[in-house]
Design a protein around this ligand. Sequence first.
Ligand code: NA7
Length: 868
Amino acid sequence: MNQPGAVPQQLDAVVVGAGFSGLYLLHRLRQLGFSVKVFDSASDVGGTWYWNRYPGARCDIPTTDYTYSFDPELEKEWTWSEKYATQPEILDYLRFVADRYGLRSDIEFSTSVTSARWDEGERRWRLTTDRNQQLRCRYYIMASGCLSMPKSPDIEGADRFAGQVYFTSRWPQERVDFTGRRVAAIGTGSSGIQSIPLIAEQASQLTVFQRTPNFSIPADNGPAPADRLKRLGEDRDGYRLSARWSRGGIPVETTDILGVTASEAVRRQRFEAAWGQGELFGILGVFADQVVNPASNEIVAEMIREKIRSIVKDPETAEALCPQDHYFGTKRPCLDTGYFETYNLPHVRLVDLRKQPITSITEQGIETPDESFEFDAIVYATGFDAMTGALVAVDVAMGGGLSLKDKWAGGPSTYLGLMTVGFPNFFMITGPGSPSVLSNMAVSIEQHVDWVVGCLKDMRDEGFETIEPTPLAESGWDQHVRDCAAITLYPTANSWYMGANVPGKPRVFLPYIGGVDAYRRACDEVVAQGYLGFQMAGPGGEQCRDGVIRRMQPDVAMVLEMMAELGLPPLETLPVADARAFMTAIAATRPPSPEVGEVTDGVMPGPDGDLPYRLYRPAAPPEGPHPVVVYFHGGGWVLGDLDSDDPLCRDLCARTAAVVVSVNYRHAPEARFPAAAEDAFAALRWVDANASELGGIPGQLAVAGWSAGGNIAAVACQKARDAGGPDISGQLLITPVVDSQMTRPSFSENGDGYILTGALMRWFWDHYADPADRGDPGVAPLRGNLDGLPPVCIVTADFDPLRDEGVAYARALEAAAVPVRHVRARGHTHTSVTMVGVVISGAPVRAEMAEALRGFFPAPVRASRTAG
Ligand code: NA7
């Protein structure tokens, strides 16, 4: 070990942490000739595996995967003994790595960096350690781990207890023997669940104090999985590559089976297979939709509860051990060895803190309202100030400026989880906003280290000395991280992923849930685009490529990827009949649509024969009559029918409690302009005249339409105004066609790749209207007289060729003093907000649409309770 003070004054890089990340960083940086020192408060390497020596501590990612992959020789020299290695074995491995690459000479043990100040003049960080060493470095890298800052035991009287106190996260080096002792264990996360069965083997009495029951499945530990070993043996490089490009950092088979639509037999078979396999990514992936769909999640959750009930003999204890307050997976699930069985032992007792909270810890033990417990030892397995705790523990600040702690007071903000604005040359390994704790850490760590080291090398090659993200890039990434979390069930749980375990910590979903593969792609693209979102400076000059790496909603991107993989022919290359058949086939694959009170089909008279319609009646309450919305489907005046927009109509009906009448107007090319618009106006008149018979409130009539349906809805409103009726309460225009000019910037930006292409739009126009007619307000409502039109809610989408004409219509209506609510569907395409049940991120947009529709009508009059 180096003596304090032997540290060179000036270094290229300082790394905090000598665990998995710090060791690999040191190795890579030294290989490239950077001068570097690593500091760690522990007396040896290991990081998390140095501190967490509690009985039963193991990794819960198979060790075939929880291992360095950067050097094939290293892989040949080390063989793991079990599927899930114990803490001592993992620590041995990290020691072996440190020795094999001669890393110890550049590590300062038992030393913490206490403060870091950026010196703008020198373009260096000035660091101070707890041994009063002062040093300067160009790059300051926190490799301090996501779960390294223990949470203080926030229990009244915790410092009073006179017996032995242990923290799983700071377990003593020497062997702890609980034989013949009365032990309390507080906390039932991974650390509690791993240690409790082993503590129970020794203790004379074990009392477990549980605040939240946790989902856990048997680890089924033993030899490393044979199938993985076989794959590794046959093609190690290919295996590692597929891990790097997998969702969680382990190559596992994914499924597209949905829990909600699978048969009972399939559900059971998939669940039992995952339960028997004993792997986190297996049980987290029983169904494709369990992370996003509460009903599907509940299927898995209930099957786990059934298992708990079948293992634990005392029904009351079993029930107390069954998690009920969070969706499965939204708090970190656990792998165990005999955890639930432990509660069948006569000397083990569970205290459910929800029923019997701890009032205080005393000198002798633990007090609850009804009982006093006496103990010889208390084991705290109470977790960590996860992901941000260690980062803000160092006093990091700009010279005299904002500290990281202050900047993150409302929650962390990062670019790619790697850097944060205002802190040049400060890197984080597996920081908040990266996949980190949701992934196989070994893979994520290597990816981050490789990225950072590659970046430093590129900077050196180009003559740059400083790097910092731009505010735009960072806020864009933060938004993307939030968007990814928002479509899942994760933010609903009081988890440490959300910062909910630490009193006063802001509730923000900390890791990036978009996947290791998606994340790696983003990082690679940032580099390929000349370090998009970063500014760099140095003797080589200055460079800033400002921009946002991900603007599209993640589920929209996923749908586009899936469609691209299908390699379908562009619609506009098909005969009309085939294009229609294709749309019908696509509609048949949709998930179940929202329930409404009643759906009936009928016909109404049109200008040239009957028009089919479908009426959606809301479920009571409220009892009818209801306001009425006449709806026109999308499809470029050529495609679409009553089925095509059925999910959207159901959704609007359920959200608005209005009767929705979806009208199938005549289509082109059989009936060209102005047939569709004439039908729309006729439909409005008929519905208005027959409102009562349809269950509607006379005079409460709105119109809505998507795409070409939005076009004829807008035109019908202009016609109604000109004809002196019917009175329209409001119009909802969803990504409508409002002009025939296809030269606005949104056409060049989004004309290709987002389902509605410029070519398809031209095909639609050619089928519907002659070029000579395309300036007519009857097909281009933007060009009409906009005075006196009913209030409008117009939805435009970022990635829609029609976006700018929609924006122009909103502005023109405002200029004509028409009340306008403009909903910008951030990160959406022309079609995605209407994909009910498929694109979850469309739901908030549809909620806004529904709110606007409801706002068009007078507030419902509530029946008086005393009436009658
Ligand atoms: P966790 O998963 O945060 O678990 C901590 C446990 O301690 C959890 O059950 C907490 O209940 C409980 N806890 C925390 N504070 C208290 C107080 N004041 N009173 C009672 N119970 C309390 O930490 P672990 O160390 O087990 O695991 C961390 C990660 O390491 C793990 O997920 C793996 O990734 C490896 P709560 O759920 O907050 O109600």
